[in-house]
Design a binder for this molecule. Structure first.
Ligand SMILES: [Zn+2]
Length: 252
């Protein structure tokens, strides 16, 4: 685990368990030190890892209550929910539905390789349709479909930082899992309007707002079936995976 301080009050925990696997990426858990609460964006692969996050936060900043946010339903973002008893776990309403529908299957598929303990799936207990705001904490969680239909984001307007989950990757989004590219582009344009200084994504480094422009350009090209050339092998791999998904569902 690597720890990096971000802006005025963000702490980025980066984990490496998915790196040498077919997923081939790092994974971030993003914490925000609020006034009354620690906000935790995504809970990674279970309580084993969340214990390390809590230990770091509490030993550096003292005890606070936790509020958890799930950016979307995918297994690598939710397995640690059970580490937060009696806490608010916030997600978009579609995220809760998809966890109910898919989490057990995803657990069966991935537990043997990635779980450090018995994973008990815990559903979000507060859901929203458009957004939920914590005014006194300077934070907003809002619906931002793109990577998946249930994706949501967290905007910290005190440190002008935007956590985007899997919606953004550099230089192109990876692992597109939804076919509504126009709505994906709308989400990215909404990100642009926010004008955050720092973009925090789930599976890569911190970026500035330039990454949003690159992601919009890519989605625009996909929408018009434009041929795209890539010099970098890894980026080409991400592109081919996106294309494979979009072909399967018949829009490319
Ligand atoms: Zn995902």
């Amino acid at each position: 685990m690597e720890i990096k301080h971000v802006g005025k009050r963000g702490i980025l925990f980066t984990f490496f368990e998915l790196e040498n696997s077919r997923y081939d990426c790092v994974t971030n858990v993003y914490a925000i030190k609020g006034n009354q609460y620690f906000f935790i964006c995504d809970t990674y692969l279970g309580p084993y890892f969340m214990k390390k996050v809590k230990q770091y936060l509490e030993s550096n900043f003292g005890k606070k209550k936790y509020i958890i946010f799930n950016s979307h339903s995918h297994w690598d973002h939710i397995w640690g929910n059970s580490a937060f008893d009696n806490c608010m776990i916030i997600a978009h309403e579609k995220c809760k539905d998809l966890i109910e529908k898919n989490a057990q299957d995803e657990l069966i598929e991935n537990a043997e390789r990635f779980a450090k303990e018995n994973i008990h799936i815990v559903l979000p207990n507060i859901t929203f349709e458009k957004k939920i705001t914590f005014e006194e904490e300077g934070l907003e969680f809002f619906y931002s479909p793109g990577h998946t239909e249930d994706s949501a984001s967290c905007y910290d307007y005190i440190s002008n930082t935007l956590f985007v989950g899997d919606n953004i990757d550099n230089p192109i989004p990876s692992c597109i899992c939804w076919n509504e590219l126009k709505k994906y582009k709308d989400t990215l344009e909404q990100y642009s309007k926010i004008g955050a200084d720092i973009i925090v994504q789930s599976h890569g480094d911190l970026n500035d707002k330039e990454v949003i422009r690159k992601n919009i350009a890519y989605i625009s090209k996909l929408m018009t079936n434009e041929k795209i050339a890539f010099d970098d092998k890894d980026v080409l791999k991400k592109h081919l995976k996106n294309i494979e998904y979009l072909r399967q569902i018949g829009i490319c």
